[in-house]
Ligand binder design. Structure first.
Ligand SMILES: [Mg+2]
Length: 428
């Protein structure tokens, strides 16, 4: 949407956070606490929640509870926003989700018996559980923290405060919040600087906590870490496992790379590695996927995965992509300028000729009249445009005539004056 290429790339990476997480989650679902695959994982559903192929689990479901608040751009700085997230967790839990972590379930059940605002009740229940057991550093806060890395892209302290507050709603052990601070900051840095650096947030932790985390990260970077990465129900090990998969991939590069195979292969290769570790495969791959999506953006997420993922609350890839993009953009800019995409609401420069221009992220989800995804392309010589399916075959006559759909709603596609293809809203 934006004519600013730097902002466009940044928003593409922001759009990749929840989409990358959703892909990792759905890829890991069939293998959760079961035999990990020997080769590549398959997004085939099943697992502990009888999932459909491509369906995401509680990791992405709870992240969406956060994202539906953060997409408004408040930066998760207020108690009111925390209350909304806490209430969303409770509503989600009450709806009988496909799966829920033991610790999160215990906290949500206990919180329902307490007085006070939703965030007060959850935080108090989490604290009481920690005082009772001393062991509340499950991976359930880390698994949903990716989107928190987008709430304040220009403010690392605000990002860390938000990560801590959201973690503490269910996880009182400081290790849980620390893992969320590190991962959220890594995502903020990946989106804003195109770097993969899980140490970027070490200085945001309490001084006496930094050495321990430095040692855990260093261990995770070994070919064979001292930690048993399969015991990744623990938030420290889950973070180690996710980083291990990202870092040990032969396609890993910490900063900018122009090597095409690094860009195109890193995310899928690292997600397959994450699932092969075993244990909470969906969670480790979801955590890894959020950071990989933040680094590489939607353009390097395999389209067959992006188009397959879906889940509670009736969302698909296009929706989680939007939640990340809006969280990032509205967190950076208080008031919209220019014009907004008629599908997702992201804003960009006003284009006189195309006031109802659909942003390129939403235009990537165009289908024919039967919901089949189509690729639109400019036909350079004849001066027009064409539409085809993933297999290269021509799309339906209707789609090729420019009548296309996004999430079931009709749109018009045509050759764009400025090159490429433009998709626009049609009058009712
Ligand atoms: Mg899960």
């Amino acid at each position: 949407m934006s004519s600013d290429p730097i902002l466009f790339a940044l928003l593409d990476r922001a759009s990749g956070v929840l989409l990358g997480q959703a892909c990792g989650d759905a890829l890991g679902v069939p293998y959760e606490f079961s035999w990990p695959p020997e080769g590549d994982a398959e997004m085939r559903g099943g697992g502990r929640g009888s999932y459909a192929p491509g369906e995401w689990s509680d990791d992405t479901q709870m992240a969406i509870c956060i994202a539906r608040v953060s997409e408004r751009g408040g930066g998760l700085r207020t108690t009111a926003e925390l209350d909304e997230i806490a209430a969303a967790f409770e509503d989600w839990f009450a709806s009988g989700p496909t799966g829920v972590g033991t610790q999160t379930a215990t906290v949500l059940r206990a919180a329902a018996q307490l007085e006070g605002s939703p965030s007060q009740r959850l935080t108090a229940a989490a604290r009481a559980l920690h005082e009772e057991t001393g062991r509340t550093a499950g991976n359930g806060a880390l698994m949903r923290t990716g989107v928190v890395g987008l709430v304040a892209l220009d403010d690392r302290e605000a990002t860390a405060r938000a990560a801590t507050a959201v973690a503490q709603l269910t996880h009182a052990d400081p290790l849980a919040a620390e893992s969320c601070v590190l991962w959220s900051e890594a995502i903020r840095v990946a989106v804003t600087e195109s770097r993969l650096d899980v140490r970027a947030g070490l200085d945001l932790l309490e001084p006496d906590r930094r050495d321990a985390w430095e040692a855990w990260i260093t261990d995770a970077e070994k070919e064979v870490p001292d930690a048993d990465l399969r015991t990744n129900g623990f938030t420290v090990t889950a973070l180690q496992a996710a980083w291990h998969a990202i870092y040990l991939s032969p396609y890993f590069s910490p900063g900018l790379t122009t090597e095409y195979d690094h860009m195109v292969s890193h995310l899928p290769d690292a997600l397959h590695r994450a699932v092969r570790i075993g244990g909470a495969t969906d969670t480790v791959a979801a955590v890894a996927g959020a950071l990989l999506g933040a680094r590489h953006g939607t353009q390097y997420i395999p389209p067959e995965w992006a188009r397959a993922v879906h889940g509670w609350p009736g969302m698909r890839g296009i929706d989680v992509s939007r939640l990340g993009r809006l969280t990032a953009q509205r967190g950076l800019h208080a008031a919209p300028t220019g014009q907004t995409c008629p599908v997702c609401g992201v804003y960009g420069k006003h284009i006189e000729r195309y006031p109802d221009f659909v942003c390129s992220w939403c235009a990537a989800w165009v289908t024919d009249e039967d919901g089949r995804y189509v690729w639109l392309s400019n036909t350079s010589f004849s001066g027009g445009f064409d539409a085809h399916y993933a297999d290269g075959k021509p799309a339906s006559d209707l789609a090729r005539s420019g009548k296309v759909f996004i999430a079931g709603q009709p749109f018009r596609a045509s050759e764009a004056r400025f090159g490429g293809v433009v998709v626009e809203a049609v009058a009712e």
